[in-house]
Design a protein around this ligand. Structure first.
Ligand SMILES: [Zn+2]
Length: 430
């Protein structure tokens, strides 16, 4: 097992992601005319029904090519007319799910998502042309491509590749899949939600094919009053589980794709706007949004038209497929790293009040070769200092005063891959 996977595999994965296949798939998705959640489901060529059948057939094809390594199915929920103002008729919200089951921890999942659905200016207009090339055929095509590339490997933890529906009508698909996961008591390590990964020309004139954003909320909305209170005394305002996932992606990208400029954004999503990681956060799971850094608002949620010389609409010609390829590779190396790593340590606790040291304890993780303690200045966004401490469940950092840093612990596998960092959830005194 140890020799089967190495960090050099991540470079192979980056190289295997294809801009041509992503272009082909975004084109196919845009050519369904509209993929509005309430659009036609019977046509073979137009509407969300044709789109989701095509996505399923792509996942099925990938699975055939890897000896049935994916379990592909529709996960759906019925939503009644009037559930909110954007649901103007009864509708089945249908997600397309592909699971690559893990060999060691099949009940632990890392998820990559894109969205199936699209919209124009009026969110209830389900007949007009709505190519949604960037929003969000780009994320959907990236997810399918990541499945193609990673299906050539085997992983310890499970990976889910999913096309979520009903995003523009109120984040319905994410809500449905998060509930499905909870019912089955799946351990969701996190979701990498990709929503708009193909635009490099900002509405403000900035052009960059390196910058991208990783959005994460500070702390889970499900935390208890007691957790909130203890945070006041022990810290953790910027150290929730989604933030740790964001730091993980940031670090992996800097290490393996140094040409990219990942920007951690310390907020749930763009100002007042939404995405499909949020319903997972609502359910208590870690989840982040990965997306372009420079948006063009004349090309999102717009009727296709020309006004005062400006071409409005989310059309194919605005998508940069090489950039979508890069962000797909960012996802793929993080899915692989996490799926090859042991699970994060549980019961991480910290001590060292009025002592000239900081001490950490945690529970042993099956399959871990050892553990790594991280710390950083309280004002730093990234885990800047670390020490590998071997196969133990406690360690004392002599001379490191607990007051002056934040701390965390990760588990490291025989293969060198590492879990996301865990911020201590409790303290001890001795
Ligand atoms: Zn949108």
């Amino acid at each position: 097992m140890a020799s089967a996977q190495e960090s050099t595999d991540l470079y192979r994965i980056i190289d295997a992601v294809s801009a041509e296949r992503i272009e082909r798939d975004i084109t196919t998705l845009a050519n369904f005319g509209t993929r509005h959640t309430l659009s036609d489901t019977l046509s073979q060529t137009r509407g969300i029904g044709a789109a989701r059948r095509w996505i399923k057939s792509e996942f099925d094809k990938i699975s055939r090519d890897c000896g049935d390594c994916l379990e592909v199915f529709y996960q759906k929920d019925f939503i009644k007319k009037g559930d909110n103002q954007r649901i103007v008729k009864d509708v089945w919200i249908v997600n397309v799910v592909a699971i690559q089951w893990g060999t060691t921890n099949p009940n632990s999942f890392i998820i990559m998502s894109g969205d199936i659905d699209s919209r124009v200016s009026n969110p209830t207009d389900y007949t007009s042309d709505s190519p949604g090339a960037n929003d969000n055929a780009s994320g959907m095509a990236g997810t399918i491509e990541a499945a193609r590339v990673l299906s050539k490997y085997k992983f310890e933890n499970s990976i889910i590749y999913v096309g979520l529906s009903g995003e523009e009508q109120g984040l319905y698909g994410g809500k449905g899949l998060a509930a499905y996961a909870k019912e089955r008591e799946w351990n969701i390590i996190g979701i990498l939600n990709n929503d708009m990964i193909g635009n490099i020309r900002g509405v403000d004139g900035v052009v960059s094919n390196r910058d991208f954003r990783i959005f994460s909320e500070p702390v889970p909305p499900t935390e208890t009053e007691q957790q909130r209170r203890s945070r006041r005394f022990y810290g953790g305002e910027v150290d929730g589980i989604s933030r740790q996932l964001a730091r993980y992606v940031h670090k992996t990208t800097q290490q393996y794709m140094p040409e990219m400029n990942p920007m951690m954004i310390y907020r749930l999503d763009r100002f007042g706007r939404g995405g499909h990681h949020r319903p997972f956060n609502d359910a208590g799971f870690a989840g982040i949004r990965i997306m372009e850094a420079h948006e063009n608002y004349t090309q999102q949620h717009q009727d296709i038209r020309t006004e005062n010389g400006i071409e409005y609409g989310d059309k194919l010609e605005h998508v940069n497929f090489e950039f979508a390829k890069k962000l797909t590779a960012v996802n793929a190396i993080n899915l692989a790293s996490i799926a090859w790593a042991p699970l994060s340590p549980a019961e991480v606790k910290i001590g060292g009040i009025v002592e000239p040291y900081a001490k950490l304890k945690w529970e042993a993780v099956p399959g871990a070769k050892g553990y790594k303690i991280y710390w950083r200045d309280t004002t730093s966004p990234t885990w800047d200092y670390s020490r590998y401490v071997g196969n133990t469940t406690e360690h004392t950092l002599e001379g490191i005063v607990i007051d002056n840093y934040f701390f965390g612990v990760s588990a490291v596998g025989e293969n060198g891959f590492e879990s996301p960092v865990v911020f201590p959830g409790g303290i001890f005194r001795n």
